[in-house]
Design a protein around this ligand. Structure first.
Ligand SMILES: *Cc1c(COP(=O)(O)O)cnc(C)c1O
Length: 391
């Protein structure tokens, strides 16, 4: 096919798509890890200081899930010929007990990504504003635009704030108009790692008009241990326009199985459920998530390790002169300035994969997932090896 034909085909199908989709840019998942792994495996082993790629680009949990989750998943494999429970009843019961809410307040998603998209499909559309933070999670703007809504992107806190590039709750509130149906925030936020204090959000949600639904994406809530951090879940009883999303992808280490959930008012959840594909969570995922949720001791151990490694890695990077944002997550946003592109490429060449931040509008930064002790040591050693050559 020549390029004229390709361009004509592209224009043809674009003309058939809804206007909102024509200019939409798909989510950027970062590097092609499958290709990188393959390439890395083919290199001459003695050239390399480690024989496996150190993957610190996707905020995955390096400790893996609870052994109970693995056992439950393996048992559920034998049920693959059956449809999964379309209600996800057992998992919802367990979640309701964990969070002290009613099952009718929970909707399950194929990852919380799906729920963030559905919320906009249900509550936003042409002529409607969706307010979201600059340097917020990339899915927010995709969700708003895919629904045909107007994405109102509110400037983040400045670089020299105590929470660099974090959410500016005052500015977000000021951007809300009678046309704002939906507002997204993430606490803690990806890719900045920052968070906002509990009391600031209490004032914020009390001031947001009730016809604006506030979605708080708490993908990293389990990782947060700062004294001024609090989940928005405690405020659900007070504000019927509040929705909280959570995921099994991060603290519970089940990213590959795709399970997330939203908690909100039962009537809001009932409407959201109309959008859901009946069998959106497969039976292996349902079983594994329920088992993972039940293993609190394992979760606590994982989180303690993450907190310890997060502090150590941040300190080690700061000692080397790099600016590291405060983080309540399982990753660090690090400023490498003019050396960013060269450092990222050299690290990748050395087998360490980080996430470039150009797509987020932070081209002088890299996002580094906090690995286990070995991975972090490997990253720092590779950084030290390349330091003289790229700076
Ligand atoms: C990783 C992440 C998610 C989780 O996505 P899943 O679809 O549940 O895997 C949601 N929000 C933020 C901010 C994230 O970083």
């Amino acid at each position: 096919m020549n390029s004229d034909t390709a361009a004509e085909d592209r224009a043809f199908f674009a003309s058939l798509a809804r206007p909102a989709i024509r200019d939409l840019r798909a989510y950027d998942p970062g590097h092609d890890l499958v290709a990188l792994r393959r390439e890395f495996a083919q290199r001459v082993p003695q050239q390399m200081l480690q024989n496996e790629l150190i993957e610190l680009g996707s905020n995955e949990n390096p400790y893996g899930p609870s052994p109970r989750a693995r056992e439950a998943a393996l048992a559920a494999i034998d049920e693959m010929y059956r449809y999964p429970d379309p209600r996800g009843g057992d998992l919802k019961r367990a979640l309701a007990a964990t969070h002290d809410v009613d099952q009718s307040q929970i909707s399950l998603g194929n990852g919380s990504h799906e729920l963030l998209m559905h919320l906009a499909q249900v509550f936003a559309g042409p002529g409607v504003d969706v307010v979201l933070p600059q340097y917020g999670f990339a899915v927010f703007v995709i969700a708003a635009r895919a629904a045909g809504a107007n994405a109102v992107i509110v400037p983040a806190l400045p670089a020299d704030d105590a929470m660099p590039y974090g959410h500016d709750l005052d500015a977000l509130l000021a951007a809300v108009t009678p046309d704002t149906r939906l507002l997204y925030v993430a606490n803690p936020n990806n890719p900045t790692g920052t968070w906002y204090p509990a009391d600031a959000f209490e004032h914020f949600i009390a001031a947001v008009p009730e016809r604006t639904l506030v979605v708080v994406d708490e993908a990293y809530a389990e990782c947060a241990d700062a004294p001024d951090y609090a989940s928005a879940l405690a405020l659900l009883g007070k504000h019927r326009n509040l929705i909280v999303t959570r995921t099994f992808s991060k603290a519970y280490a089940l990213a590959g199985l795709r399970v997330g959930y939203a908690i909100g008012h039962p009537e809001l959840i009932a409407i959201l459920e109309r959008m859901r594909e009946s069998f959106n969570i497969n039976n292996v995922a349902l079983a594994a998530a329920e088992a993972a949720l039940g293993d609190e001791a394992y979760l606590r151990t994982t989180l303690a390790r993450n907190a310890e490694q997060r502090a150590r890695l941040a300190e080690a990077l700061r000692e080397r002169g790099w600016r590291v944002s405060p983080s309540q997550t399982n990753f660090l946003l690090v400023e490498f300035g003019g050396a960013t592109v060269a450092i990222e490429a050299a690290l990748r060449e050395a087998g360490v994969v980080l996430r470039p931040m150009g797509g987020y509008g932070l081209p002088g930064h890299l996002r580094i997932s906090v690995g286990d002790e070995n991975e972090n040591r490997g990253l720092l050693a590779a950084l030290d090896r390349i330091a003289g050559t790229v700076a």
